[in-house]
Design a protein around this ligand. Structure first.
Ligand code: GDP
Ligand code: MG
Length: 598
């Protein structure tokens, strides 16, 4: 039977409420690392990251804690990703635990991700321990936050721990509470192996590493492990735990948390949510809840310099080794040439990947506006999935188009309810419910088209609520909608990478605003450039970039060579992000302009 001295728990919190700081404090308090060592550890990891070009994250850490009852406990703290894009990963991390620390900022109170995470914790039957953090701040309102916890979540908050991860208040109380309240793991260590993969990472030396919770049985070096989703078998080379430094152990058994290495070449074979069993004594059933990660947001990525294409493919392949949820395939654009269509879990995931490609792989990219996946029902009776607007079949062949819909939860101070309702109205939202979470804060639930969120929803939400609103959403289905595709012609030539799909009722407005916007972005050239937006053959808006009057260089007087050179250099930098499309040079901004027009 699993050890009664083990406690497996996570910290759940809205972004910035103090999860990382609290984790650091817990590690420090239990003596895993002194403060100085901790800084060194972190620095070491960063160097390693740079050297190997991989991200080493603190995924899980084993703490040893001698409790007031005199017993020594093994506390496994499992980290969870902190963003709406990674909900499935969060749910698997929580499935590996018996308890969770619910951290709520004493000033901010409950936010959308707090709620989303609590629901996931409740689905996994976790014991939830409320921690009100940042009580050192003068503006802390722990009593108000307690009320919110009771009101919104329905948890008894009378026992909530008042803490400051910054100053160390409440840390010991948290550890004691974890020992007392979080149930010890159940599961037989003599039963056939069942290990839940809750995360995986690629390591240049060890291959793809699975972070696991052993639910039943045991695993050791030499075990022939079988991935139940794919049926693939690998021989284990190493099992271990993080203290947070790596420690290799002889075996991991029921109730424990750790990592497994097996010289696996690709993280695709260590999918989050999959169950690992023993190929020679397999479990009959996998653990529940396995799901393949499905990308929801797509965009085109093109090298500015066509000769970077192969390097870009290599870079994407490397990133994919570490991130199975990133998908990509070659794509050709008339305007942009050879590039890739890439799929992401969400907008943040997309930004992370773009940034890594540019920073770590030193690629200069043109990014097209993100799109969702549309289901197009054609006259032939097929359903075609379209993740690139320019691939939409001809209008005559379309019976109907369906778009993805999300259920969105928004928490906001009451005075902004009107602003949110107005925004959601503009975004084609359907109102579902509204509840007061406290006297001054409101929770709104809406159904919204994902494409409207991918447009400028976050920016709008932020600016219309001065940053006080928080948002969480999940896909809830597809809905038939009256959608049309808008194409853009520059100097009479269609620029496929600028096409987008929009609701018919908004098409004129967006088409017009886009050409206005583009007129401001596309630099003057030696000739006049008409910009038109069209639906099918019908022009719905037109603007013109007038021709440049004189040579820029003529502005420089006479022989000032250095000044001229500077100017030319400046132009070159500016040009880096330009793409020559036919006769017109288009800056990167143009491809994102469609997102910035409301
Ligand atoms: P996370 O996003 O939940 O991981 O939050 P972090 O741990 O990164 O903390 C967000 C910010 O809040 C950081 O600037 C921390 O220094 C600060 N912070 C965290 N805990 C406390 C606390 O107890 N008191 C105060 N005053 N600041 C804190
Ligand atoms: Mg953090």
């Amino acid at each position: 039977q699993a050890s009664q001295r083990i406690r497996n728990f996570s910290i759940i919190a809205h972004i910035d409420h103090g999860k990382s700081t609290l984790a650091d404090r817990l590690i420090e308090y239990t003596g895993a690392l002194s403060k100085r060592e901790m800084e060194e550890q972190v620095l070491d990891n960063m160097d390693l990251e740079r050297e190997r070009g991989i991200t080493i994250k603190l995924q899980t850490v084993q703490l040893t804690y001698k409790a007031h009852d005199g017993e020594v406990y093994e506390l496994n703290l499992i980290d969870t990703p902190g963003h709406v894009d990674f909900t499935y990963e969060v749910s698997r991390s929580l499935a590996a635990c018996e308890g969770a620390l619910l951290v709520v900022d004493a000033v901010q109170g409950i936010e959308a991700q707090t709620l989303a995470n609590v629901y996931l914790a409740l689905e996994n039957n976790l014991e939830i321990i409320s921690v009100i953090n940042k009580i050192d701040l003068p503006s802390a309102e722990p009593e108000r936050v307690k009320e919110e916890i009771e009101e919104v979540i329905g948890l008894d908050a009378s026992e909530a721990i008042l803490a400051s991860a910054k100053t160390g208040i409440g840390i010991e109380e948290i550890l004691e509470r974890v020992v007392k309240m979080v149930p010890p793991p159940q599961g037989e260590d003599q039963a056939p192996l069942k290990a839940l993969i809750f995360d995986s990472k690629f390591d240049a030396y060890k291959g793809a590493i699975s972070y696991v919770r052993i639910v039943e049985g045991r695993i050791a070096k030499g075990t022939k492990m079988k991935m139940m989703a794919t049926g693939k078998v690998f021989e284990v080379t190493e099992v271990g735990v993080f203290l947070p430094a790596i420690r290799i152990v002889d075996e991991l058994k029921a109730g424990q948390v750790g990592f497994i290495a097996a010289s696996i070449k690709n993280v695709k074979d260590t999918q989050v949510g999959d169950t690992i069993t023993d190929a020679e004594n397999p479990a009959t059933e996998a653990l529940p809840g396995y799901r393949q990660a499905t990308p929801m947001v797509f965009c085109g990525l093109y090298p500015v310099d066509a000769s970077d294409y192969n390097r870009m493919r290599d870079s994407l392949e490397k990133l994919h080794l570490n991130d199975a949820s990133l998908v990509f395939e070659p794509e050709t654009s008339v305007a942009l040439g050879f590039g890739f269509r890439c799929g992401f879990l969400g907008l943040l995931h997309m930004e992370i990947v773009q940034e890594r490609l540019e920073r770590e792989y030193d690629l200069n990219l043109i990014t097209t506006a993100p799109s969702v996946i549309y289901n197009v029902n054609t006259l032939k009776g097929d359903v075609v999935k379209i993740d690139n607007p320019s691939n939409l079949p001809p209008l005559e062949s379309i019976v109907s188009i369906e778009e993805p819909i999300v259920k969105a939860t928004i928490l906001v101070p009451a005075e902004y309810v009107g602003a949110i309702m107005e925004l959601n109205q503009e975004k084609r939202g359907t109102y579902l419910t509204m509840d007061y979470v406290s006297k001054s804060r409101v929770k709104l639930i809406y159904e919204l088209p994902l494409s409207e969120i991918v447009f400028d929803y976050f920016d709008q939400l932020k600016s219309r609520t001065k940053g006080y609103a928080s948002l969480d959403y999940e896909l809830c289905g597809y809905q038939e909608t009256d959608l049309v595709k808008i194409d853009v012609l520059l100097n009479g030539e269609m620029v496929d990478a600028l096409s987008f799909i929009v609701h018919r009722a908004k098409s004129y407005n967006r088409g017009r605003k886009l050409v206005e916007k583009l007129r401001g972005i596309i630099p003057r050239q030696m000739f006049e450039i008409p910009i038109q937006s069209v639906i099918g053959n019908k022009v719905i808006a037109r603007e013109t970039v007038s021709a440049m009057r004189k040579d820029v260089l003529s502005k420089c007087y006479g022989g000032d060579i250095s000044r001229k050179r500077k100017l030319l250099e400046k132009q070159k930098v500016g040009k880096k992000r330009m793409k020559q499309v036919g006769s017109v040079a288009i800056p990167q901004d143009a491809f994102m302009a469609v997102l910035k027009i409301e």
